[in-house]
Write a protein that binds this ligand. Structure first.
Ligand SMILES: Cc1ncc(COP(=O)(O)O)c(C=O)c1O
Length: 389
């Protein structure tokens, strides 16, 4: 057996290596002092690193939904298949299915768990999965865990996707997985083309609407609704942790597929159900999202204001048209330095470095929320001009 000190020196050398490469991550505690601000040791900062796009995490109706169900117990006390499925859970899954326009939905402990459990339930060794290179880590990990052959096409490159579909062995099933609104680039997948290719090559399609849900499409139902493609999507996955302001994930799909996942998605089966207060809050948040055109309107206005201001600065802002606006700096060290300068000017946009984004594309990721004030947008633009312009 290796002596423990060997392990200690191995861990230290790994930490040193991360530090040297400028990609050591650190946890910085703080107080979220309002829907738009955060305090971390120094003065209050305007928070551009929150995914609470509609400001629902603090909405009175959402808090009331959580408070009401908190009385049912602080925890669910069991997994879904044991005694953890309260009637409220079934009601929530019906609400998600209605929201997403599918026959059924299943709620998971988180979006990460939804991807991690669903993909290996659908494909395995001998099958092929095709995913965008900018897909979230939870999709990448789900594919790895499945044992299927992974094909990663360049971001939104439909020609390369088609080439890969053509080249993949004819035996085995094919699954395409893509985000719809990409969380790090802020752009949309060309979903019509993806659907065309899925049909041409007999693949199934799973979409991750984590960042689109609540924001994109009629009543915030997502990109598939916006493009009239709901019936073309086999599995629509999402999370309650972004525009809905809470926690938990879901997949929306056909009744038979959901029934199959109940018996085969290991991250659904072998984990405790979400606490009642979360379930109650999410139910209220879905109602808010459905009725929340005024919030989406406000979000769109603030996002355009930020984008238009950025256009005047000579910065690489990719082709985002959404509430997620990256500013690509390039090196990990460079983005950390600029992030620190912004922070000294009262603006928090946490640097995003590899491996979350590709090597050489370290960036600040500004996440605009409906709860921001116009002065917050102006302050961010001014600070960016001074720090990086
Ligand atoms: C595209 C995407 N999918 C899935 C997830 C995982 O969701 P959750 O935070 O609910 O685990 C995230 C966010 O973290 C994400 O950005």
């Amino acid at each position: 057996m290796r002596p423990l000190s060997d392990w200690d020196s191995w861990v230290s050398s790994r930490l040193d290596r991360l530090e040297l490469a400028g990609i050591r991550r650190q946890i910085t505690p703080g107080d979220r002092t309002s829907a738009r601000t955060v305090r971390r040791e120094g003065p209050e900062l305007v928070n551009f690193s929150s995914n609470d796009y509609l400001g629902l995490s603090r909405h009175p109706a959402v808090l009331a939904g959580s408070e009401r169900d908190l009385r049912k117990g602080a925890g669910a006390t069991a997994s879904r298949l044991m005694a953890g499925t309260d009637y409220d859970y079934a009601a929530l899954e019906n609400a998600v299915a209605f929201f997403k326009g599918t026959e059924a939905a299943l709620v998971f402990g988180s979006g990460y768990l939804a991807n991690l459990g669903t993909i290996p339930a659908l494909v395995g060794r001998g099958d092929a999965v095709f995913g965008d290179r900018m897909n979230h880590a939870s999709i990448v990990d789900g594919i790895r865990l499945s044992g299927a052959t992974a094909y990663r096409y360049r971001h939104n490159d439909m020609d390369e996707l088609e080439q890969m579909l053509r080249d993949a062995p004819a035996s085995g099933r094919k699954l395409i997985v893509t985000e719809t609104l990409f969380g790090m680039d802020g752009d949309l997948a060309p979903l019509e083309r993806v659907v065309e290719l899925k049909n041409r090559y007999g693949a199934a399609l799973m979409i991750d609407e984590a960042h689109a849900t609540g924001v994109v499409g009629p009543q915030g139902r997502g990109l598939a609704h916006q493009l009239g493609l709901v019936s073309e999507v086999d599995v629509s996955m999402g999370t309650f942790s972004k525009a809905l302001g809470l926690y938990g994930g879901y997949v929306a799909t056909k009744r038979s597929w959901a029934d199959y996942l109940v018996s085969s998605a290991r991250t659904f089966i072998y984990t405790t159900a979400l606490p009642p207060a979360v379930v109650g809050g999410v139910g209220a948040a879905i109602e808010m999202v459905l009725a929340g055109d005024y919030l989406r309107q406000r979000l769109a206005e603030l996002s355009s204001m930020f984008r238009e201001g950025l256009a005047d600065l000579a910065l690489d802002r990719l082709s985002s048209g959404s509430q997620i606006q990256p500013v690509v700096i390039g090196s990990a060290a460079g983005v950390v330095e600029i992030g620190a300068r912004l922070e000294r000017m009262g603006v928090l946009a946490v640097p995003i470095r590899p491996p979350t984004v590709p090597e050489g594309s370290a960036r600040l990721r500004f996440s605009i929320c409906a709860s921001h004030a116009e002065e917050d947008i102006t302050a961010a633009l001014d600070a960016l001009k001074k720090a990086a312009g």
